[in-house]
Write a protein that binds this ligand. Sequence first.
Ligand code: ADP
Ligand code: ADP
Ligand code: ZN
Length: 213
Amino acid sequence: MKIIMLGAPGAGKGTQAKMIAEKYKVPHVSTGDIFRANIKNGTELGKKAKEYMDKGQLVPDELTVEILLDRVAQEDCKNGYVLDGFPRTIPQADVLDKELTKLGDKVDFAINVDVPDENIVRRMSGRRACLKCGATYHIEHIPPKQEGICDVCGSELVQRDDDKPETVQNRLSVYHEQTQPLIDYYNEKGILKSVDGTKDMQDVFSEITGILG
Ligand code: ADP
Ligand code: ADP
Ligand code: ZN
């Protein structure tokens, strides 16, 4: 099963993608997580990506497409994956489509997690992330058991640099300009499913499992 998660930054794509990955036994592939791991490890890719990410801009398609195609070519992606944060532009979607077509394959579902802009800023300001294992929390809605500490691995939780309010506004405009057109793109392909992302985490997940079966 190959699934794409669509939605504004902070809509809950990552949260749902992790739950999907666990239930359907497919890897969770997040381009944002790959970039952050590279930044943490001080790689060349990380250095380049950080310049864009800190401003709330998208990393250029050439860089992003290459790392994504490398990742999905790995053995564990053979039976499917859930893509979180990719594609984010029409050219990225076209490349993915072309590569899959070459393999006689296709994306099964594009799930749009729908959350209005007003809710987004609140979601992002409360987001806390574990940079070690990728787990994500929300200080009000989805708090860790112990304040500031990751439930999964015990590391310290941090606020992402790009979750500061100034950057969030930028990311939202970038989303509307460059990523939102993908909703029509996948609708035309007949694989778009929208879910109400303002509900609580479990209710959103029930809607999604209703779709995926
Ligand atoms: P969020 O889940 O909050 O939207 P991500 O972790 O998906 O954030 O992405 C963080 C940042 O990483 C983005 O703002 C962008 O700079 C970069 N990024 C991630 N995925 C892509 C992509 N597919 N294309 C371009 N840039 C990306
Ligand atoms: P995205 O990957 O789309 O950027 P995340 O999954 O990281 O979004 O979620 C953004 C923030 O909102 C996180 O702090 C997360 O814990 C929280 N969150 C996710 N889903 C919900 C929900 N259904 N209700 C309330 N808060 C949520
Ligand atoms: Zn952790």
